[in-house]
Design a protein. Structure first.
Length: 144
């Protein structure tokens, strides 16, 4: 099966992209359909991973400053974790950040995702917020 990591190309693909973000990252905690978006959507780079034409993962990066980029909304469809999908998205996000001049990337990882990011070279830098009052996060950083 072929995995293609790229930006969504049209309204239908963006709809699939936002739906997957919501289903994986918000719906399980009874969050509204619009909660999967924030104030950086227009300036961010959005990537999806399509396997044989089906969207199976998403991720986004935006810049906080000319040197610092932030990854948010990484998600892989249910039952597909551990198949390299998240790693492929993360690699492409990092390449795009570096190409635009980022010297480092920061993110807020759910505690359950810390091992994934650590495996990809991110280091914990401290605690972060507790999302929805029940999902602890850790601040992480990677120098490019």
């Amino acid at each position: 099966m072929t995995l293609n990591v790229r930006e969504p190309r049209n309204e239908s693909e963006y709809s699939q992209y936002y739906d997957l973000r919501w289903r994986i990252l918000r719906e399980p905690w009874a969050q509204s359909k619009d909660s999967e978006r924030d104030q950086f959507e227009q300036e961010a780079t959005h990537l999806g991973a399509w396997r044989d034409g089906v969207l199976v993962g998403v991720g986004r990066i935006h810049f906080i400053s000319p040197e610092e980029a932030q990854i948010r909304y990484m998600a892989v469809d249910n039952g597909l974790a551990g198949q390299g999908i998240g790693g492929a998205i993360l690699d492409e996000l990092e390449l795009r950040a570096a190409a635009r001049g980022a010297t480092h990337i920061v993110l807020n990882a759910r505690e359950t995702a810390v091992p994934f990011y650590s495996k990809h070279g991110y280091a914990e830098t401290g605690p972060s917020a507790v999302l929805f009052g029940r999902i602890p996060h850790r601040l992480m950083r990677k120098d490019l």
